[in-house]
Design a protein around this ligand. Sequence first.
Ligand code: FUB
Length: 313
Amino acid sequence: QLKYWLCAVSAILITLTVKAQNPLITNQFTADPSARVFNGRVYVYPSHDIKATPGHGRAGWFVMEDYHVFSSANLTDWTDHGMIVSQTRVPWADPASYSMWAPDCILRNGKYYFYFPTTTKPDSVGGRGHFAVGVAVADAPTGPFKPEETPIKGVLGIDPNVFMDDDGQAYLYWSQGNIYGAKLKSNMLEIEDGVKTLSDLPTKGLKEGPYMYKYKGTYYLTYPHVENKIERLEYATSKSPLGPFKFTGVIMDENPTGCWTNHHSIIEFKGQHYLFYHSNDLSPSFDKNRSIRADSLFFNTDGTIKKVVPTFR
Ligand code: FUB
């Protein structure tokens, strides 16, 4: 009898202490994880860091030519569903730019809309390309995704994040030094007039990688912010998706490994909130080859977020 109870108690303790294995993906470098729950399964759309080789990408900088999608039913066992979008298959992208930075994906009316930034082809008068945001559409979360012919008009920048409000209105957020937001039209491919600069955030330092999360009627605009050398995940709150926002706190302090970027998303899965973010576990000496991670996130009863401490071994 005693032996039975000891086994039962230890089984419960083991279940409670099971953690996501960080880093989550070990078959390649991954960064900027946008996690989503589709049909009870977690899908992560990260960036894909690779190493520069002669003639391919800039040594010492981010080198990214495509995206993979990964999924998991338990946050421990991950499936790599392979490449979904690459710079050579996007009609307007410069295939020599290796700048397929942080993406996001959302489900609407049975279609999966994948948003990604990359550099446009140099224009016909010899001007330089610039960062723009494109969309690729699929019938399943793993694709095949078909990129649109042109980028979204009026969106210049990086790190698109798409948010669907309870009333069915979708919003697009992105960054370019500061954070911007606009309503998306119902086709999910164009924005409405009236881009808003969400400049009521702390004004000093770079802010990027926006991720909007709604919890108990409050809009949480979460974002990496760098004042010194390393990004810290912060959040601001509002009663409206386009603000005004009030700086509220820090979600995660500066990365202790020296990886200067961080980039995140938040999901609720099986009754628990998780923060997905990145560090450079698989590349300690070069912080542009990153790896995605996840840890539990908790809200306090007053709606503030408890700081997430990364589980480094
Ligand atoms: O991955 C390239 C860039 O680094 C992202 O777009 C930023 O958010 C930062 O993580």
